[in-house]
Design a protein around this ligand. Structure first.
Ligand SMILES: [Zn+2]
Length: 120
């Protein structure tokens, strides 16, 4: 299960980001996962929950956005989501379209909450 390593690197990113804002508490982290990235979102969410337990980050919510495979047509420059294994351009019918994205794993955004002065 390599999702545990991925959950770990997400948490590392959260921690280094949080270190820049000592007054803020991370609330929500969004990651984008391409459908070709071979990552099981359920397993990732499970590992994430397990890793944040008893760390002070229990309230941190992981949001996973799935990204479909996208191709680009060199003939008409259309960009489109690939459904199944049909790589033909939906606009002009060209068959030799180029892989654009769909194997990414990236942090999309992090939401933080400012602590009220005096309550921390
Ligand atoms: Zn085309």
């Amino acid at each position: 299960m390599h999702e545990i390593g991925i959950a770990n690197s997400i948490l590392d990113a959260v921690r280094s980001e949080a270190a820049r804002y000592p007054q803020a508490r991370p609330r929500r982290i969004s990651v984008r996962i391409g459908e070709l990235a071979a990552i099981d979102p359920d397993a990732l969410a499970f590992c994430f929950t397990a890793l944040t337990r008893d760390t002070g980050l229990e309230s941190l919510k992981l949001v996973i956005e799935r990204c479909p495979r996208r191709h680009r047509c060199p003939a008409c420059c259309a960009e489109f989501d690939v459904a199944g294994y049909d790589f033909r351009c939906p606009q002009c019918g060209a068959e030799n379209t180029e892989f654009l994205s769909g194997d990414q794993l990236e942090l999309a955004s992090m939401e933080v909450e400012e602590d009220e002065p005096g309550t921390a």
